[in-house]
Write a protein that binds this ligand. Structure first.
Ligand SMILES: [Zn+2]
Length: 435
């Protein structure tokens, strides 16, 4: 039934040309845009939320789509729709709460931060500021500098160029060995606006390369870190549109970009994906239409015998999600192994600052979404596969402010500090099995 609803909504939304103002050459101001949260408690309320775009004839960007009863849904709403949206929600006995009153203010602050950023030609890994959101060029500059500084156990390579010709590099951290080593693969930034993900990946790299207590681990396994795998989208989110999620291909029907995390060739377009090029979850004209998704696939497939764990860092929600994501109630045969490591990661995170993540099946705990890199990785035989949705959860408020994707830089430190032990739990599993 849910699939039918999704397909019907995709068709209806496809007929309407209600796109966000994303074609301007100027910075998108988002003046008066808000984020409204509701928690559906009954089936009727859930259906009402699922059909919002259809009922109100506006293609809402669900920052958090409806997943299941009693789970929050976050709706990004332009000022022209907010009143109507609230009235409609209240009619269904839902209680809308304004989580962000004016995203325009946050977007303006982000723009100020970006425009005051000073790039450095020569990056010294020892003085690199991990608690800032860096441009793609400096993220690459940092990993190049790390490879140069620690040549005995760190090397750099490329997974390929983005559509706009940005060279997407990754680090391999691990001592050379005469026998094949098992590996952990971590990527971040497939969704452009989720800035906390690349920042967390850089922090982790620094821990592994500067702390000698990881030497034995790095003799036993390799750790690949690709800290920014949608560079065109990421730069666009920094310089033009703080809310940008997708790649930058197109235009198609006057809209740019494909959701690269709906573009992988496993159960493509089965659920949680749109065929409308203006949608935030547009799956693309065909699987692997996006060079960024293809690049990642081209790296993972030939390494699928040695990569034992694949972690993809996203935000937000504080979740540790394992396959399958394409449907609810569908699990791989070794799901108990995935749950076990998921709980180890949960405990590791909680031990640092008390933050409690949710461990669950991606389709059950989040929402069905197919064609994503996690399901694809599992489908090619990688054993331990997780999507990690970083902060914020319901915490991280100051003065009643809440941030969603636009988590201020001061939250990088606690987020990265608590995430690193979870990455270590995965690394230890790669070292020790079972597989
Ligand atoms: Zn994401």
């Amino acid at each position: 039934m849910r699939h039918v609803i999704l397909i019907i909504s995709a068709v209806i939304i496809g007929l309407n040309a209600f796109a966000l103002p994303k074609h301007s050459e100027d910075y998108v101001t988002y003046h008066g845009y808000s984020v409204i949260r509701v928690i559906p408690h009954t089936e009727d309320q859930f259906k009402l939320v699922q059909k919002l775009s259809e009922s109100l004839k506006y293609d809402f960007d669900f920052w958090k789509p409806p997943s299941k009863l009693n789970k929050p849904v976050d709706i990004f709403s332009p000022p022209t729709m907010t009143r109507q949206l609230i009235v409609h929600l209240k009619k269904g006995s839902l209680m809308p709460v304004t989580k962000i009153r004016d995203f325009g203010k946050r977007a303006a602050e982000a723009q100020m931060e970006v425009s005051s950023y000073k790039s450095s030609d020569a990056i010294d890994p020892d003085s690199f500021d991990f608690y800032k959101y860096h441009p793609f060029a400096d993220i690459m500059g940092y990993i190049q500098a790390v490879a140069q500084k620690y040549p005995s156990f760190v090397s750099i390579s490329s997974i390929g160029k983005s559509l706009q010709n940005r060279d997407t590099q990754l680090l391999k951290i691990g001592y050379p060995s005469s026998t094949a080593k098992n590996a952990l693969f971590i990527d971040a930034g497939i969704h452009a606006r989720e800035w906390i993900a690349p920042a967390t990946a850089l922090y982790a790299i620094n821990q592994w390369v500067t702390n000698s207590s990881y030497t034995d681990l790095l003799k036993a396994i390799d750790i690949y870190v690709a800290p920014s795998i949608n560079p065109d989208g990421y730069e666009y989110s920094r310089t033009k549109d703080r809310n940008w999620r997708k790649t930058r291909s197109g235009p198609r029907q006057n809209c740019y970009g494909v959701d690269p995390n709906r573009n992988f060739a496993f159960k493509w377009m089965v659920a949680g994906s749109s065929s409308n090029p203006c949608s935030e979850t547009y799956a693309g004209p065909s699987p692997f239409s996006e060079i960024e998704a293809t690049n990642l696939k081209n790296f993972l497939v030939p390494h699928n015998d040695t990569i034992k764990a694949y972690l993809t860092l996203h935000s937000y929600g504080e979740d540790i999600l394992y396959p399958w994501g394409y449907a609810t109630g569908q699990y791989p045969p070794d799901v108990n192994d995935l749950i076990a490591l998921g709980h180890e990661m949960y405990n590791a995170i909680k031990a640092v600052h008390g933050t409690e993540y949710t461990v669950g099946d991606s389709g059950d705990a989040l929402y069905p979404a197919s064609g994503a890199s996690d399901d694809y990785s599992k489908s090619i035989g990688i054993k331990y596969v997780y999507t990690v949705e970083l902060r914020p959860g319901d915490g991280d408020n100051d003065d009643d402010q809440w941030y969603g994707f636009d988590l201020p830089a001061k939250f990088i430190k606690p987020t990265a500090e608590e995430t690193f032990p979870a990455l270590m739990a995965a690394a230890n599993r790669v070292q020790n099995g079972p597989f």
